[in-house]
Design a protein around this ligand. Sequence first.
Ligand code: ZN
Ligand code: ZN
Ligand code: FE
Length: 778
Amino acid sequence: MRERLKLHINGIVQGVGFRPYIYNLSRKFQLDGFVFNDPKGVVIEIEGARVRIEHFLRELKESSPAVSFIDTIRKERIVPRGERGFLIKESIVAREKFVFISHDLSVCGDCLRELFERKNRRYLYPFINCTNCGPRFTIIEDVPYDRPHTTMRGFKMCSLCTNEYHNPSARRFHAQPNACLQCGPGMNLFSSKEGLRGRFRFLQDTQDVIERAAQLIIKGKIIAIKGVGGYHLACDAKNTEVVRLLRKRKERPTKPFALMVDNYKLLGQYCVLKRGEREIFCNPRRPIVLLRIRKKAHWMEAVAPHQEYLGVMCAYAPHHYLLLSALRKYQKEPILVMTSANRKDYPLVHREQELKQLRHCVDYFLIHNRPIHMRCDDSIVRVFRKREIIVRKARGYTPDYVELPSLKEPLLKASVDKIKILGCGAELKNTFSILKDNYIITSPYIGDLKNYHNYEFFLNTLSCYRKVFGFHPEVVAYDFHPDYLSTQYAHSLECKRKVGIQHHHAHIAACMVDNALAEKVIGVCFDGAGYGLDQKIWGGEFFIADRKSFLRAGHFKYFGLIGAHKAIEEPARVALYLLYDFLRDNLFDLDLHFLRHFKKEELDIFLKLIRQRHLLLTSSAGRLFDAAASILNLKHKISYEAEAAILLEMYASHFKGRRESFGFTIGKEKGIYCIDWQPLFSDMIKDIQIGKSASFIAHKFHFTFARLIKEMVKKLRKDFGIKKVVLSGGVFQNALLLKETVKLLEEVKFSVYYHSRFPTNDAGVSVGQVVVASENIT
Ligand code: ZN
Ligand code: ZN
Ligand code: FE
């Protein structure tokens, strides 16, 4: 008795070898029928004996391709047709488009083997890929995911490649970017002059090109290398002279550079590789992993000044492997600096027209002609308690699909399911998120919208998301800050509803979704800056919150920002306010180093401003960390975001010894708890005066923060009876603070939640915005 079943499968099932997998599975169980991509996923019809169909279904659920992700399988019994054989049919294009597009994947083990196999027809070919690996999101222009909708459409497959593409038993069956030396993209090396002139000739046989690039790197040259989601600036990491030159040219005096190696074994001698870190390092997503330095080598200070961590990634494009392998002729253990190729505050360069932005930075260009459609920077992750924590989410991690934990009432759920929401994000570290069919899909990391080129990047990515995900916002959510460009964009849109959302509520809501929480929680949001309901700048907040609303239950005592945003760049200004606030002119008897940062006239003006009380007020925890770094004479003016706070963390993490804490007091004003920082800084100064080390004091500062969080949430647990604590905000990027806080809270029986899939910094804000909006429109 023959039966026929129609299956609709949703999830990441396009561009990950799903159809060939189904084909092979149907052959294995001798079933007839067909499979094709439709705009919502994959549709299969299978026909044959019932037991065989059952085996087929079991195996489908248990062993689908490694990079695929099955969300739902809908089954329908239909009338048998008696056809013979199994077919892969043409994809169907439709109007209502929503497809789970896969993220980019590094070259796989099989392709890597072929790449270095002399007899293979793709020997040393930099664009080798297969059904299980290669570019995806960055080359897709439209759906369904088929070659004509990718940037590979300009390359016509040769007969050998065509055969592989159509042969269900080949590794490259329906591999959309399939290519070889006969028919695929090429690469070439150009001097900076040639590169800027823009007339390129590319070669498929790149052996010579790669060899020359390796020689140039050995000679201490800086090369811009086109990769998967954009360009990198590359040089020899162990050549301190060229690393310093790169810093000068890129106007980036101290921000750490990312490194690339082709083998994790090499890392063992430089970094501590904890459990979980090796797996994440070798994962086909290939993020930059922040690894603790084991022993400082002489070259590290130039690559990552004052850092205790190195950001390292494993090679992911075939040409990265080719280059590192060519370098092995000259060096035993080649390590490359691979920093994003962009001008300060500009987006990553991803197209040849933008190369002129790099003219002051590079000596050579290594360019290929497979166009990058979606710009996508490298992702950054760290491992905390064996769990991956995403710091910057981009290549290999976007797009991703996080289901919004469902609402209790099914009726409400059904109506929300259909609503399409756009969350425009914050300003610094901007991302946007969309909510469609109850999935949250976040954009890759965009950056600081104050720069017009980043704003353009925001607009382009959004229009791409509209197209690829068939998304048209009905509701738009934005930050309360009136000056954010993302907010102004939201106001310019024409749509049904617009919802303003408080910055830190969005942070907490993002972390709630990250941990599938829907109930009321204590939210601790320690952040740089966010617009408050009282028009002051919030950033050291304790909320009682759920996904719909929040109550501000506690915060740091307000302090003034001398020169508003100038105070963010100059932590010494914050330090001055905080100390002058309670020491007044006695401050100048103390001979504190940071005071020398100011010119006499400047100091007079600042003191006058403090006395007149005409300053923007903030409760920002981030600024308190900055101030501590300045008082300790670590940093008075920063060259990249959060530099001072990061230095404070680095000093603190050297410290080994008994944990001590400064004093602090928690008072109550108008029903809201308020933490006074005065005793804290007053104790700190005493420690400086008796000559305690910077690392001791920095650690004590961190531990004080963990303790004050504990004392505050204990009060809130008593008042509100809530035991779940959610930690969010940029300050929790500080691994030491996170570690100490989680530990202290767990000791007193709190359940503690922090970010992992969404960044704790402002890149997570857009996620929280769509979540809060979705709860407030019903
Ligand atoms: Zn492969
Ligand atoms: Zn070919
Ligand atoms: Fe924030």
